[in-house]
Design a binder for this molecule. Structure first.
Ligand code: CUA
Length: 336
């Protein structure tokens, strides 16, 4: 039935769990708008027949509708609008809330290619390899201009903005290949800025990961920081950029907040409120540190917009993430 409808409406393959939901909403919107259009058409035609002037001497007919009918004309569209809103908002919230156990992958748009980086290394150009049946969270940014990461089979599209991370998650239920397009005009070769998502079975994905790891310069154990890993690169960036002159990694506050345990914490803000220190906040704090100043600290940090590349800011975020004090009994985070 689902497959039949999909073909009937000329929609691309449903490559993710989200695609099925989006298509259901799409059919529902089409059917209800069609029903409303037919209803309004029928009422219009019946009014034409019923109220038309039969001769020049006729008085102009007055349309008199009983109160309940007026109520119906207002109530039906209003409840439909509200229902569309509720259904759409539920999907919006769902797609904005990646599950905890997601596999993180950094996506960097660049004229005119997509770069995919796994926090534990390695990175790949234009081909994103993911396991089936596991949620994958993409942290999307751009190195130059605004691009838009678009996977039609997943019904997903998200802008890639320089100096900022946007995120997106999906779960592909079965192995397959799905095209990636850039959906924001970004220059001469915009139309060839294509990539591919390759979904492997969990076993094949494990084998692929092992093969990747074997190709690393130093044999890496699962969960270990490899020389290729973004966290290690982030540590170098932090030293080179002088971050560690103001931020400690030991837990002691200095000129700026300590990075130990910063990721995932709620930080109280100067002027009230609090913010969750996630990828988006950490990146914003590098690019525009005065946008949200943590309470108790002087607003003295310079902005790094234009001074940190997308790769470097992502690496810094991964370095800060790696400084999470492990609770006793917590297994070391699995690094892909
Ligand atoms: Cu990148 Cu269009």
């Amino acid at each position: 039935m689902n497959e039949l409808l999909r073909r009937l409406f000329f929609l691309p393959e449903q490559g993710s769990t989200f695609a099925v939901e989006v298509d259901h909403l799409h059919y529902f919107l089409l059917l209800t708008t069609l029903a409303v259009a037919v209803g309004i058409g029928a009422v219009g035609i019946s009014f034409l027949v019923r109220y038309h002037r039969r001769s020049a001497s006729d008085p102009t007919p007055r349309v008199v509708a009983p109160g309940w009918m007026e109520g119906l004309f207002i109530g039906v569209p209003l409840s439909l609008f509200l229902l569309w809103f509720v259904l759409g908002f539920k999907q919006f919230v769902w797609v904005m809330s990646p599950p905890q156990e997601s596999l993180d992958v950094y996506v960097t748009g660049k004229q005119w290619m997509w770069k995919f980086t796994y926090p534990g290394g390695p990175s790949a150009i234009d081909t994103l390899v993911v396991p089936a049946g596991r949620p994958v969270r993409l942290l999307i940014t751009s190195r130059d201009v605004i691009h838009s990461f678009y996977v039609p089979d997943f019904r997903m599209k998200r802008d890639a903005v320089p100096g900022r991370y946007t995120d997106l998650w999906f779960e592909a239920p079965k192995p397959g290949r799905h095209g990636v397009l850039c959906a924001e005009y970004c220059g001469l070769d915009h139309s060839v800025m294509r990539g591919e998502v390759v979904v492997l079975s969990p076993a094949d994905f494990g084998a692929w990961q092992d093969a990747q790891r074997r190709n690393l310069p130093v044999a890496a154990l699962p969960g270990a920081r490899t020389p290729e890993s973004m966290a290690v690169r982030g540590e170098h960036v932090a030293t080179a950029q002088g971050c560690l002159q103001c931020h400690t990694v030991t837990g002691a506050p200095h000129i700026g907040p300590t990075w130990l345990g910063l990721y995932g914490r709620m930080e109280p803000l100067e002027g009230g409120g609090a913010v969750l220190a996630d990828e988006a906040y950490l990146t914003e704090s590098m690019m525009d540190p005065l946008a949200k100043v943590v309470a108790g600290y002087a607003p003295v940090m310079p902005g790094y917009h234009g001074r940190l590349s997308a790769e470097d800011s992502g690496a810094l975020v991964e370095f800060i993430k790696s400084l999470r004090p492990l609770r006793p009994g917590t297994p070391a985070a699995e690094e892909p």
